[in-house]
Design a protein around this ligand. Structure first.
Ligand SMILES: C[S@@+](CC[C@H](N)C(=O)[O-])C[C@H]1O[C@@H](n2cnc3c(N)ncnc32)[C@H](O)[C@@H]1O
Length: 341
């Protein structure tokens, strides 16, 4: 097969491979086989699935190197034990489950593009399904904890700084900031349904005395007063331009003179066609909830400067996968050159 045909075929079949991963995760089969290797009949009995269909799924799992087969018994590969079992410290299992859930609205992409309407309602976005909330928020944590320390390295803060983490999710970045700066305190502003999840992650990290989690709406609520930094991590891309302007304006208002706004996220290059992950992330936000529009670094910089911030300093993290913009509120509340802290 020539390269072009192989490339198209691989993309066309990619969804099949993803569905095997999602289904093994959704049915808890990685967890089941983590206990001990089992034959297909026994996997089917314990997971309440159809024996022949379960065997087909297990065989595909072996072909995709997620499972191994020895005689009649199936087992997790090392990769599955490390990344696909929820209790593993390196787990991505919840994140994979969220991708599985999102594959349903993604399946309606043609209709989304025809109508310009998202495939999921605002209610779904507001996390009324507790399992979805937990998988989404803790899944983001599984993903983000891999790069959070690197992001925190680019955030210099003065002693005793107070930080607001807007839409802070499970507290991944708040935790990383507190680990980097032993005397900093953070207030996470999150949807009420997310607050208990963030509180438990923060408590597990032993930082409950330094990180508070407050219920609130980042589309309307203030972000504090006289704070040293406002963190906007993976928030702006999912909102409209107007909401982004309002969020950045309230960040400016909340900061003390010389305070910093830190924007972390995935940005498009000036052609808006690269990197490929960000083009898909952009499409995903639209498909799921008609979300905003991914910014280029230049657009985000202008958004910040229009709100009165200095020109941001830009840092690439995670080998360029994520980008951190750090801009300052001037000493008199006006833009000024970055003076450090
Ligand atoms: C893509 S996640 C980013 C989480 C975290 N900051 C990170 O970078 O991993 C966006 C977060 O915004 C929160 N969120 C969405 N709408 C919100 C609102 N109106 N007010 C407060 N938080 C909101 C969600 O619950 C979610 O945790």
């Amino acid at each position: 097969m020539d390269f072009g045909a192989a490339h198209v075929t691989q993309m066309a079949l990619g969804a099949w491979q993803a569905q095997v991963l999602y289904t093994l995760t959704e049915l808890g089969i990685f967890e089941l086989l983590a206990e001990k290797p089992l034959p297909a009949q026994e996997v089917a009995r314990r997971s309440g699935t159809h024996p022949l269909a379960a065997e087909g799924l297990l065989n595909a799992g072996v072909a995709l190197k997620l499972l191994a087969k020895d005689g009649e018994e199936y087992a997790d590969t090392d990769l599955a034990l490390r990344l696909l079992c929820e209790e593993s410290p390196e787990s991505l299992a919840r994140w994979v489950r969220v991708m599985g859930r999102w594959s349903r609205p993604w399946n309606d992409l043609a209709e989304v593009v025809r109508t310009g309407q998202p495939a999921e309602g605002r209610e779904a976005r507001l996390w009324q399904d507790p399992r979805y909330v937990a998988d989404f928020v803790l899944g983001m944590h599984e993903y983000a904890r891999r790069i959070a320390d690197e992001v925190a390295e680019h955030v210099d803060l003065p002693a005793g700084a107070r930080v607001t983490d807007v839409g802070g999710g499970a507290g991944t970045y708040a935790i990383a900031l507190c680990r980097r700066h032993p005397d900093v305190t953070v207030r996470i502003l999150e949807l009420a349904s997310v607050v208990p999840l963030a509180e438990s992650t923060v408590a597990e990290a032993g930082l409950a005395d330094r990180i508070a989690v407050a219920p609130g709406d980042y589309l309307a609520d203030p972000f504090g007063a006289g704070v040293s930094a406002v963190l906007l991590s993976n928030v702006l891309h999912q909102e409209s331009r107007e909401a982004g302007e309002s969020i950045v304006a309230r960040a400016h208002r909340a900061l003390r003179a010389g305070g910093k706004v830190v924007v972390n996220g995935y940005f498009l290059d000036e052609t808006r066609t690269r990197p490929s992950f960000t083009t898909l992330h952009n499409l995903s936000a639209f498909t799921l909830w008609g979300g905003g529009r991914s910014y280029t670094v230049g657009e985000a910089a202008r958004l910040l400067q229009d709100a009165g911030f200095t020109e941001p300093v830009v840092h690439q993290v995670a080998q360029g996968a994520s980008t951190v913009l750090v801009a300052q509120k001037g000493a008199d509340g006006q833009p000024s050159a970055d003076r450090g802290e």
